[in-house]
Write a protein that binds this ligand. Sequence first.
Ligand code: FAD
Length: 375
Amino acid sequence: MTEGTRTLDVVIVGAGAAGLGFGVTLRHLGIDNFAILDRGDVGASFLRWSRQTRFITPSFTSNQFGLLDLNAVCLGTSPAFSIGTEHPTGAEYAAYLQGVAEHFELPMATGTDVLSISRKARRKPFRVETSRGDLHARFVVWAGGEMQYPRTHGFPGAELCLHYSNVDSWDDLANGERYVIGGAESGVDAAVALAAAGRRAVVFDREEPWNRRGSDPSQLLSPFTRARLDSAVDSGRVTLRGGCVVTGVRRNHSGYQLAFEDGDVIDCAEKPILATGFVGSASHVRSLFDWRDEYFPLLTENDESTVTKGLFLVGPQVRQDDIIFCFIYKFRQRFAVVANQIARRLRVSTEPLEWYRRHGMYLDDLSCCEDACAC
Ligand SMILES: Cc1cc2nc3c(=O)[nH]c(=O)nc-3n(C[C@H](O)[C@H](O)[C@H](O)COP(=O)(O)OP(=O)(O)OC[C@H]3O[C@@H](n4cnc5c(N)ncnc54)[C@H](O)[C@@H]3O)c2cc1C
C-alpha cells in the first residue's frame, strides 16, 4: 500500500466476523469505495483459536424459512451449509469467512496493521496510519474484536499466567494438574479441554458462573458448554471452586503460588491458566472514544463514538445500556444501524436496508431485547 491521495468513503479495521459482515452491508448499499484492513489474514482471530475450541452457538441451515443461521455474518449465507458442521472450529469458521470475502468480492488489504487513527479537524478525512502506508477515509468503522487484546492484568502476577487465548492446543500442555482462574465460558472450555486431554483441572471463580440462571446467554454457560462440563465433572477430572477471589500469583520453589482473598495460598507446578477475558481492541484507539468503564466505549444510539464523529464501532465490544452484543447473532443486527448513518451522510439510498429489517438484521429498537423466556 502506498501513501494514498484518494479518500476512501469507509475504512473498516478488522477482517473478522464484524468487519466482513459490515463490508457486505456496504456492498448491498452499493457503496464500493472502501477497504477492509487486517494485520493478519481473513478470520485471523479464529485461526488463533486452540485446535479443540468449537463454536458454542450452533449452526443450522435455517435460512430458507426466514431464520438466518446463528453464526452467519450476512444474509444469504450459512456456515452450516458451507462447512457442514454444527459447532465449527476456529479454522473451519475462518474458511467460511474467506468464502464470504471471495463471494462478495470484498476489497481486502490483509497483512496491514493499523497503527493509529487521527484527524486534523472535524470536517477533514481520517488519516489511517498503517504498517503499509497511510490511507484517508471519511468514515472509520472499528471492527478489531477482542480476542487479540487479552486481559493480562487484574491482580499482581497475572502476567505470569498463560492466557486462554494463547493456547494452540490443550493436548500439548505438560501433564499435571492445572489451575484455571475464571469460570465463565473460556475457563470452562479450558477445563473441559484439559480433561479431554487426560489432565486434571481446578477452576476458581469469585462467583459460581456455572450455576447462573437467566434468559440472556451472554451471562450464562451455553447448553453446549454445560453438557461438556457435566461430563468432565462426572469424570472426576474437573473441580469447580466458587467464591474464590485470586489476589495474586507469584513464582516460588515449586513453580507458582496462588494467593486468595481469604488468606489461603496454593502451590502448583504448572503455569495457571488465565481465563478472565479481554480488554478489547478499542483500547488501541482509546483516546478516540469516551468510556463507560475500562472496557467498553461510550457510544451514541447509532454506535458512533461520542467524541469522534464519523468513527463507529461494530462487534462484541458494543454495549447499549445493559444490552450485551458479544455473540455474532447479536452484533450482526447492528451493522444496518451503522450503515444507515453512513449511507445517509454519503447521500446513498438506504432502501436495501429494508431487506435487512425483514430478516431480523436491523435492530434499532432495543426494547425487544428485554423479553425474558417464559419457560
Ligand atoms: C474462544 C472463543 C469462542 C467464541 N465462541 C463464540 C460462539 O460460539 N459464538 C459467537 O457468536 N461468538 C463466539 N465468540 C465471540 C466471537 O468470536 C467474537 O465476538 C467475534 O470473533 C468478534 O468478531 P470481530 O470481527 O469483532 O473480531 P475478530 O474476529 O477478533 O476480528 C478482528 C480482526 O481485527 C484484526 N485487527 C485487530 N486489531 C487490528 C489492528 N490494529 N490493525 C489491523 N487489524 C487488526 C484482527 O487481526 C482480526 O482479524 C467466541 C470468542 C472466543 C475468543
